[in-house]
Design a protein. Structure first.
Length: 169
């Protein structure tokens, strides 16, 4: 029985191994790039935010934005509230997608804004969030952060409504 030299088997074995491992490649992690965030409504009960994210799916298969959740806080670390949304936005393969959503943040610590109502300045805030991206069987959480400001007028309006006082009946 004739034998083939090892060198003549190397190329077919390498090609076969490439196909075997290529089909089982680990998915690449998607990325979330914060684009913008602005307060659209401020009331005694909540802050409503319009958020835009740019989500890139580097994989050869589609994914979806399952949910977005996070905490809103001040520069001094005071937590203002938590918010979540389920945009269920489709992410085509190997593409970037603009994801827009509205976050409704019920106040957990409205009194943290009291010093700003007296100062008459804008109030910088930060939303530290996580976007859950994936499909039916595989999901990953991708962190992101957005910064914004409550305007002086919005803070004064909160003060006029009785910041920290119980709602009128």
């Amino acid at each position: 029985m004739p034998t083939l030299p090892l060198r003549s088997l190397a190329v077919p074995l390498f090609v076969a191994a490439g196909f075997a491992f290529g089909g089982c490649a680990k998915p690449a992690p998607p990325t979330v790039k914060p684009v913008s965030m602005r307060a659209t409504s401020v009331s005694r009960e909540r802050l409503q935010l319009a958020v835009e994210l740019d989500v890139h799916n580097p994989n050869s298969f589609p994914l979806a934005v399952q949910s977005v959740a996070g905490m809103l806080s001040l520069d001094n670390g005071a937590t203002l509230g938590a918010a979540s949304a389920e945009p269920r936005t489709a992410l085509p393969a190997e593409a970037s997608t603009a994801v827009t959503l509205n976050l409704d943040v019920p106040w957990q610590n409205l009194t943290a804004l009291a010093p700003f109502a007296l100062s008459g300045t804008d109030v910088p805030y930060r939303f530290n969030g996580t976007a859950r991206l994936g499909g039916e069987r595989l999901n990953t959480d991708v962190p992101f952060a957005l910064e914004g400001k409550l305007t002086r007028a919005q803070v004064i309006e909160l003060g006029l409504r009785g910041l920290g006082a119980p709602p009128a009946r």
